[in-house]
Design a protein around this ligand. Structure first.
Ligand code: ADP
Ligand code: MG
Length: 467
């Protein structure tokens, strides 16, 4: 009897939680509408939350680009160093080394962080590019620096850090030029490497997708859905009104180019939560981040947060006596203990008994489950994942509407990178449901979405080339 009552109320409460994570078609349209409005404001006025950062990248690749470049990527979970050889036919060869950023460096001081990064560049060169050192003293390798935090960029290789996101908090780097911070540490190691371009990962994604799939229809948008989420798109130069009024900018408006790539910083879309959904779980997660109240869109969409949202829901159900009845665990009560890959795994378990879910909860949370508990957890996971993809879709639709691209072109191409997009089961289809809700089926069918594999490395190389 008791268990029957318990499972009934777990079902009821689960249904209520799923409802809270639901985003209606009307809400998705309201989100896209506000996205269009904030895009315009961000292009006109400085210092907006959704910053609309001019990147000084004024052309997108054709696929014919040639040469060998270094690229480094600091953006979230890993630091990557790679060498990229562009073959000039849309293909490339890439060598890469990855390392995890030690937690203490993510919240320490700038010199420690950047000397760690420079040391990884030195290691990479000595392991993979020895021949470089046997070349003449004057040969300098160009490096594209993918740095995926909000930057006030003033030239292709100049930009000061506005604020950290995604768990980083190196205070003495804020307001400094991150290219110079890296160049100083590279110079200290006597490396013949020149930081030629500062690239946001979204810009790299846009560039590499343009390089790899040159076609009739240019790539409009590069999107990241990894540790964080953000996007960059191609804008008419004349629309970036704040560029002509900005005194810090060395960019001349008499440039022959008619476009510039804009980094939206959409992670901070609607920080005041006027149109974004909010649940008590979102509020709890926000409070354990170093930047409460900021990156509110990102905190509902990206990989850093989905696992923590799930943990928060499960902990709440446990505290109210509905889940893992009579048990609890250290893991369940430890913030950030669940990775977003756990949600992918739960989504992909279609066995009748949910055996993988069972094993996963036992391993990751050290808790045993009944089948009805596992079914409830799966429904909650689906709700969190669907909301993430729907919100991402509404923002993509917002860029499409803002640019009016479908009035000019029959198709539009979108490149996406990041583990959530790449590995979360059915994520692209969920994005498409959202595009459909906002733009209608006809227009949804005109949007091509494709992965931009190794986007940040290739994109940074392409930016170093045009620099
Ligand atoms: P970065 O953002 O550092 O460039 P990634 O694109 O790999 O790196 O994204 C890392 C994020 O993706 C992490 O937050 C991690 O939780 C999440 N992630 C990793 N694997 C998966 C997966 N299989 N399914 C969903 N999310 C994943
Ligand atoms: Mg990345």
């Amino acid at each position: 009897m008791v268990s029957a009552t318990t499972s009934t109320s777990l079902d009821d409460v689960t249904a209520e939680i799923v409802r809270q994570f639901d985003v209606s078609d009307a809400s998705l349209r309201a989100i896209s509408d506000k996205f269009v409005r904030l895009s315009r404001t961000g292009l006109e006025l400085p210092d907006q939350a959704m910053t609309m950062i001019p990147t000084f990248v004024t052309e997108v690749p054709t696929g014919n680009e040639h040469g060998t470049f270094l690229a480094v990527d600091l953006g979230g979970t890993n630091f990557r160093v790679c060498s990229v050889r562009l073959n000039g036919d849309g293909t490339f060869n890439l060598l890469q080394a990855k390392s995890v950023i030690p937690k203490n460096l993510m919240v320490g001081n700038a010199v420690d962080l950047f000397s760690f990064l420079a040391g990884k560049v030195r290691d990479f060169i000595s392991t993979h590019l020895d021949e470089h050192f046997s070349q003449s003293e004057s040969h300098v390798l160009k490096l594209g620096f993918t740095f995926s935090f909000p930057i006030n960029q003033t030239a292709i290789n100049r930009g000061t850090l506005i604020r950290w996101t995604k768990g980083f908090d190196v205070q003495d780097a804020v307001g400094k030029d991150v290219c110079l911070l890296l160049q100083d540490q590279l110079d200290a190691l006597n490396l013949r490497v020149h930081v030629a371009a500062l690239v946001n990962d979204t810009v790299g994604t846009l560039m590499s997708r343009s390089y790899a799939s040159p076609g009739q229809y240019p790539t409009l948008l590069g999107v990241i859905i990894g540790t964080g989420t953000n996007a960059a798109y191609t804008e008419s130069l004349s629309e970036i009104k704040k560029l002509s009024t900005s005194s810090s900018s060395s960019f001349s408006s008499s440039s022959p180019s008619s476009i510039m790539v804009v980094n939206t910083e959409w992670g901070s879309f609607d920080n005041d939560l006027v149109v974004l959904p909010r649940t008590e779980y979102d509020e709890a997660v926000d409070l354990v981040t170093p930047n409460p109240g900021f990156q509110m869109f990102e905190k509902r969409v990206s990989g850093m947060f989905l696992g923590e949202i799930l943990r928060t829901v499960l902990l709440h159900l446990n505290n109210t006596g509905l889940l893992f009845v009579g048990a609890t665990s250290q893991e369940l009560s430890t913030p950030w203990s669940l990775d977003t890959s756990v949600l992918s795994l739960i989504e992909s378990d279609s066995s009748p008994e949910l055996v993988s879910v069972k094993a996963m909860i036992e391993t990751d949370l050290e808790l045993s489950t009944t089948l009805s508990e596992r079914l409830a957890i799966k429904r909650i996971v689906e709700a969190i994942g669907r909301r993430s993809a729907y919100l991402a879709g509404a923002a993509i639709a917002g860029v499409v509407l803002h640019t009016g691209v479908l009035d000019r072109l029959p198709y539009v191409d979108v490149g996406v990178d990041g583990s959530v997009f790449e590995f979360y089961p059915g994520y692209e289809n969920l994005i498409r449901e959202s595009l459909n809700a906002v733009l209608g089926a006809d227009n949804e069918g005109k949007i091509r979405i494709g992965i931009a594999k190794d986007g940040s490395g290739v994109g940074a190389a392409l930016c170093a080339l045009v620099a």
